[in-house]
Design a protein around this ligand. Structure first.
Ligand SMILES: [Zn+2]
Length: 135
């Protein structure tokens, strides 16, 4: 077996060349890549919403994670209606993630602690428990 002759200097030089190649390739295809990213974002808005929701929960030190499939299941269980105002979710009434026990009060980000509310109800409920909001 041949001994490896790469020195740290040679590896650094290879890395710099690789980085320059990637930079050039990105510059050559920038518009095409940006258009592809825009198209992906347009086609995957729900995934982006779920990722942002999980990220916000992480930033609040909440434990737990939910997936898009979890939210679709919860939406089906709720009959696609906001339990606060009973309006049906659709193009005009967007479903938003609400935590039964708010993250600010120690709630988890697991599906068991999640319901979907319309934006208006979720904003109104804020960090209250369900019975505090409805009572
Ligand atoms: Zn509502």
């Amino acid at each position: 077996m041949r001994p490896c002759r790469a020195t740290p200097e040679l590896r650094a030089k290879d890395l710099a060349r690789d980085n320059e190649t990637r930079r050039q390739r990105y510059a050559d295809n920038k518009e095409k890549r940006l258009a592809a990213n825009r198209e992906w974002k347009r086609a995957n808005r729900e995934k982006i919403y779920v990722n942002n929701s999980n990220r916000r929960a992480l930033l609040k030190d909440a434990i737990g994670y939910h997936s898009l499939d979890d939210l679709l299941l919860i939406r089906d269980e709720q009959g696609s209606k906001c339990p606060g105002c009973l309006r049906t979710f659709g193009d005009e009434i967007k479903a938003t993630v609400d935590h039964f026990v708010p993250l600010s009060r120690g709630g988890t980000n697991y599906p068991a602690n999640i319901q979907l509310l319309c934006g208006s109800c979720n904003c109104s409920k804020n960090d209250k428990l369900w019975h505090e909001w409805t009572g």
